[in-house]
Ligand binder design. Structure first.
Ligand code: MLT
Length: 332
């Protein structure tokens, strides 16, 4: 029996990966991809806003693919661990990543970025844009945004702001909020905004900026205080909710966008098949209705393509880099 020592594994990894690609490629060329379930990695907790989009999308895409999409929640480091996992996975068409703006902010947030979003992946397409909402715990004293601004300036770091870690959009939104108000809150990070919202509902933290895909049911159930939405205009799903801009933060805007990625080197035939399923899902009435109810807007067709995602990602890397560097927020 031949034993392979663990020291030999790194040397063998390249050829084995190449063999896996060839095998995967020929299966695709035979037109029988996918032959088994596909993993879609979500960088945050189950039940949170990214997970909600991923599970609905996976169910709709499975109709076209004829195979299940299994959601794999890999939390940690504001989404970075999941992105690294997918960047290093076999490019065989059975591992994909759904991620948001965090893909574009990571290069500026990390002193030594652990992956390069622009070179370490293959691109499938964008999914939907999601507004965020600024929430307080139900018994937080301010009743509206104007009062919140005064309260925030008077109480500063006595206020606990929950987020999902450096690289999460809840962190990005909170960072912009503190900068706009000229205050510093005490930040409390969680593995996703699902546990962060649970903490807000339980009164363990005071404030959370989070996506409508998770917050709308709690806003409608009046279990949290809503101070405003982070889009420049009001949104259809919450027509009575003022924007933060109306509340006094001129020009305040954070919109969350989602893309689907594969490990670099995934065969083009696989990407084409997965993209076809993605585009079909973005027209699926069950998916589109659920997204509309949760405030999410399906992206236009030009963004649903690999080129559409890659071009958008580049523009977001260019946009957020200077803002984050100016704010001086870094992780090692
Ligand atoms: C989540 O799914 O938990 C959120 O997208 C995390 C975040 O705020 O980015």
């Amino acid at each position: 029996m031949t034993l392979i020592s663990s020291r030999a594994l790194p040397r063998l990894a390249g050829p084995l990966l190449a063999l896996a690609c060839l095998t995967g490629g020929s299966a695709v060329a035979q037109g029988n991809y996918p032959t088994h379930a596909i993993s879609l990695v979500v960088p945050f907790s189950a039940g949170g806003p990214t997970d909600v989009v991923a599970r609905s999308l996976g169910a709709a895409m499975a109709k076209t693919l004829g195979q299940s999409i299994i959601i794999e929640n890999r939390t940690g480091a504001g989404g970075t661990l999941a992105a690294m996992h997918v960047a290093r996975a076999a490019p065989d068409g059975y591992t994909f990543l759904i991620h948001h703006n965090g893909m574009a902010t990571a290069p500026a947030l990390y002193r030594k970025p652990p992956f390069n979003p622009l070179t370490d992946f293959s691109y499938v397409g964008q999914v939907a844009d999601v507004p965020m909402t600024l929430l307080g715990r139900k018994d937080l004293p301010p009743g509206n945004m104007a009062e919140f601004i005064q309260y925030a300036r008077a109480n500063g770091n006595k206020i606990n702001l929950a987020n999902a870690g450096l690289g999460a959009v809840s962190q990005l939104c909170g960072m912009l909020l503190q900068e706009s108000l000229g205050v510093q809150f005490t930040t409390v990070p969680y593995a996703g905004t699902a546990p962060a919202l649970t903490a807000l509902l339980g009164g363990q933290v005071d404030v959370l900026c989070d996506q409508t895909t998770q917050t709308i049911p709690h806003i409608k159930g009046q279990r949290v205080k809503l101070y405003g939405v982070t889009t420049l205009d009001r949104i259809k799903a919450l027509p009575d909710a003022p924007t933060l801009q109306e509340g006094g933060l001129k020009g305040f805007e954070v919109k969350v966008w989602h893309g689907v990625y594969a490990p670099k080197g995934t065969p083009p035939e696989v990407i084409a098949k997965f993209n076809e399923a993605l585009r079909a899902a973005l027209k699926d009435p069950a998916f589109t209705q659920k997204m509309a109810e949760l405030g999410a807007e399906i992206v236009p067709e030009a963004k649903q393509t690999p080129e559409g995602l890659r071009t958008w990602l580049q523009s977001e890397v260019d946009k957020w880099g200077p803002i984050i560097r100016k704010a001086g927020v870094y992780a090692d």
